[in-house]
Design a protein around this ligand. Structure first.
Ligand SMILES: *[C@@H]1O[C@H](CO)[C@@H](O)[C@H](O)[C@H]1NC(C)=O
Ligand SMILES: *[C@@H]1O[C@H](CO)[C@@H](O)[C@H](O)[C@H]1NC(C)=O
Ligand SMILES: *[C@@H]1O[C@H](CO)[C@@H](O)[C@H](O)[C@H]1NC(C)=O
Ligand SMILES: *[C@@H]1O[C@H](CO)[C@@H](O)[C@H](O)[C@H]1NC(C)=O
Ligand SMILES: *[C@@H]1O[C@H](CO)[C@@H](O)[C@H](O)[C@H]1NC(C)=O
Length: 186
């Protein structure tokens, strides 16, 4: 029991210090690798023929996301998390018309989940540090952007072409997210 107590004391002394420093470099590394994984999985899901791009949509990217130089480190964590969450939700929609491999989609969802977990851990620490100032305007716009994407799928009855359009948009989102991870630098 004494040993247990000592260990507990050591942990108590240690934890606040550990909790005070979010390891952004590690987070950045994990997110970069994870985004690359997601892009690869997304590419495995085949799109429909080119002519589908005629029904291309402007989902109206939030202005603030368009100009990432304005984004702070903490905000980047929140934005990346929100994007991954929204993309995760899109893959809960009916994609049976696409003929996509269910295993690949499941893997993609697992990967997204894993990345979200890492970001949530970081968020918990950020909140403990008292550094959390949510720019909820950006979040609302971001949610609307993905809402329009889901609405578009719904309006088009989850057709293969509609999914192709969304697929292309999401693939581009990941190359965008990849550049975004720069803001996670310590
Ligand atoms: C990326 O995928 C590989 C193989 O599926 C896996 O071993 C690795 O942990 C993944 N990386 C991240 C950051 O999730
Ligand atoms: C999914 O969409 C297809 C048509 O693309 C439809 O036949 C099927 O019933 C839908 N499934 C669900 C669960 O809504
Ligand atoms: C789906 O992909 C997995 C590998 O990720 C593969 O083993 C499986 O055969 C594929 N299923 C179909 C129906 O193509
Ligand atoms: C977030 O939204 C609430 C109400 O919806 C508002 O009162 C608050 O000022 C907003 N915060 C920021 C940082 O925009
Ligand atoms: C999604 O991808 C498009 C196309 O590259 C890009 O313009 C947009 O900024 C991305 N959306 C978000 C929310 O990052």
């Amino acid at each position: 029991m004494t040993n247990g107590c000592t260990l507990q004391m050591a942990l108590l002394l240690w934890l606040p210090i550990a909790a005070l420093s979010t390891n952004y470099n590690l987070l950045q590394f994990q997110q970069k690798r994870g985004n690359a994984n997601c892009s690869e999985l997304l590419r495995e899901l085949e799109g429909a023929p080119e002519h589908c791009m005629e029904s291309r949509m402007d989902f109206k990217v939030p202005e603030k996301i368009k100009q990432p130089q304005q984004i702070k480190k903490v905000e980047a964590v929140v934005v990346i998390h929100e994007m991954l969450l929204q993309i995760f939700d899109i893959f809960e929609e009916n994609f049976s018309s696409t003929g996509w491999n269910e295993t690949t989609v499941a893997k993609l969802r697992m990967q997204l989940h894993f990345q979200m977990d890492r970001l949530e851990e970081a968020l918990m620490e950020i909140i403990k540090e008292g550094n959390f100032t949510p720019g909820n305007l950006t979040l609302m716009q971001l949610r609307s952007y993905y809402y329009r994407m889901r609405q578009y799928l719904r309006d088009k009855m989850y057709s293969r072409c509609a999914w192709t359009v969304v697929h292309v948009e999401l693939l581009r989102n990941f190359s965008f997210l990849q550049r975004y991870t720069v803001f996670l630098q310590n």
